[in-house]
Design a protein around this ligand. Structure first.
Ligand SMILES: [Zn+2]
Ligand SMILES: [Zn+2]
Length: 227
């Protein structure tokens, strides 16, 4: 596979950090994965003009805020379909904040009525800590907790970097390429895992140098020891 864009297998696709694992080989953190997802999303929206729609613009700002806040704890906040159903059943299909009937089938064309699950206490997924919120109330709650980004802070640098990436006429990193990334994901995951395994083997070999009497390496790569 010819990789013409910036991507080092075995390093984070978003920031080049080598802190990736065989289990999660493409990104070093949820923040990095969400950064790259956001860049791809905005690039796709800008291409077809969706970024001009108010609800898309709002979603982009909110995702940006989450990335700048350190990323969204997706794994911790993932609610099982059973618990989700239970929350919506308890709410009788209405928003537990404003009372609006929610649009479960997507038939009204009103993005404000999209049902969401609101976490009331941090990442807790207990039924009592979850509420059925319409998208409008969910957004309003999130927006009420936003703080402005101050100039000269790491967040401002991060925000500027993301904007540069999504406004670039050609993708600057391979993970910014919304048209290519998903299609080559399997191949990327495989090559990243291979690269991580090779670097782990090298680490193990380096650790061998601590062996007592270590004298160097044979041509086959095994340590020479003298006692
Ligand atoms: Zn990273
Ligand atoms: Zn509501």
């Amino acid at each position: 596979m010819a990789v013409r864009l910036h991507y080092l297998p075995g390093c984070c696709a978003n920031c080049d950090s080598p802190e990736v694992t065989v289990k999660a080989p493409l990104y070093c953190s949820p923040q990095c994965r969400q950064s790259a997802e956001l860049v791809r999303y905005v690039r796709a929206c800008r291409r077809d003009g969706r970024d001009q729609l108010p609800d898309v613009d709002e979603a982009i700002r909110m995702r940006m805020a989450m990335v700048l806040g350190g990323g969204y704890a997706e794994r911790e906040r993932r609610v099982s379909p059973e618990v989700r159903d239970e929350v919506f059943r308890r709410a009788r299909g209405h928003c537990e904040e404003c009372g609006r009937a929610m649009d479960f089938e997507g038939t009204t064309g009103n993005p404000d009525a999209i049902p969401t699950i609101q976490h009331v206490h941090g990442d807790s997924n207990d039924l009592s800590d979850l509420k059925a919120f319409c998208r409008r109330c969910n957004m309003a709650d999130a927006q009420s907790r936003l703080v402005p980004v101050e100039q000269g802070t790491p967040e401002a640098t991060l925000a500027a970097g993301l904007r540069t990436r999504w406004t670039a006429s050609e993708p600057l990193r391979l993970c910014d390429d919304d048209r290519q990334w998903n299609a080559i994901g399997r191949e990327l995951t495989r090559s990243a895992r291979e690269a991580i395994k090779i670097s782990e083997d090298l680490d193990e070999a380096a650790a061998d140098e601590d062996l007592p009497g270590f004298q160097g390496w044979t041509e086959q790569g095994t340590p020479i020891q003298e006692f």
